[in-house]
Design a protein around this ligand. Sequence first.
Ligand SMILES: Cc1ncc(COP(=O)(O)O)c(C=O)c1O
Length: 445
Amino acid sequence: MPDVPDIKVTPPGPAASEIIAKDNSYIATTTKALPIVARRAKGLVVEDVDGNKLLDFSSGISVLNVGHCHPKVVEAVIRQSKELMHFAGTDFYYDIQASLAQKLVEITPGSFSKKVFFSNSGTEAIEAAIKVGRWSTGRKRMIAFIGAFHGRTMGSLSLTASKPVQKERFFPSLDGVTHIPFANCYRCPYHLEYPSCDLWCAKTLEETYFSTFVPPEEVAVLFGEPVQGEGGYIVPPKEFYPTIHKIIKKHGILFADDEVQAGLGRTGKLWGIEHWGIEPDIMTTSKSLGSGIPIAATVFRSDLDFGVEGAHSNTFGGNLVGCAASLATLEIINEERLVENAGKMGEYFRKRLVELQEKHRLIGDVRGLGLMLAIELVKDRKTKAYAHDEREKIVAEASRMGLILLGCGKSGIRLIPSLNVSREQIDVAVEILDRAIGAVESGSR
Ligand SMILES: Cc1ncc(COP(=O)(O)O)c(C=O)c1O
């Protein structure tokens, strides 16, 4: 028997309950998913404040691609913290920041010259992308996909379209954003079938939108996630992005590739967009870049640069400790061949999930790329009615058994362990998921 999970007291135990009560009193309402209070973690194992050991298949929302507290990241953070923590990289100069920018330029798609703008979070990376797009083209409009998640600050929120609650009462955000349906073959928005659909979901951009109410010459940027994340881990068919890309390039529209969740090896390639063979003009990355230290980067074609001091800047972007953590993270991904492992383990995990699908009527779909995997739960495989409540119950039940999972979309569960996950850990997760789904199906939960 593996020694993890090890549940001594069903979470939340007494110590966790006390902290949750304090949190509820003082911390603004956000998006809490599970009553787990972590004390420490290593690799894929999280120990909570009551001494439970849980297996983390959420990776801190896709942040811990190299696992929790990787010794090399910890060492880099300590080393940098002892030397210099802040000096303001936007007003002065840091070697480590320029080195990280150089590295990002080298490893991102496109052999053209690029520049990097550093910030602290995914949403800020998107804000910078919006500004780069508007600044460089002089155009105002933008296009994003229904189901997209690009962040919650007012600029990125105008692109986000995955849940009404994210937008409610905040209108108006940025004007001039048009959302078009994403390619979702499991639930085709046009009720067509791939490939006989002939990629209507992509072609409609030109044939419907550009030809009726969105003047393409006014569009600065189209934003897309290589695999739609919060929207439900939706993988488009292989021709989708190349078709979209061809259309927008005809009209001088920039393509911004949001790699905040899919990037850094998660999909079995270093960048998710590599699956679709196109080179973005602008790319955003954050989450796992700093392995838990906040950092984000917007990487873009050099000719799009502001070129004017003060057009865009911030205080903490490219913080020294974040840069040290990022350089260590990139080294680990390379040295430990984590992109390759994500592909290999992803294939194995998917096979195991398909076995679960054969056994459990609630699993309507198994999808994803590499270790960016999800199952979608449905009440009925024919009608595909979303099994939202069942999803919530399964995630909660799995956590009580010691497996940390997160939902996505209306009734999906994401399966996103660190990229150094082992076969044995996947087997444990599948076994717990099997029991949790079984308990909900049988009505005992
Ligand atoms: C694709 C994508 N873009 C942007 C963001 C926003 O990142 P943050 O929460 O760091 O602002 C997220 C967060 O989940 C994301 O998944």
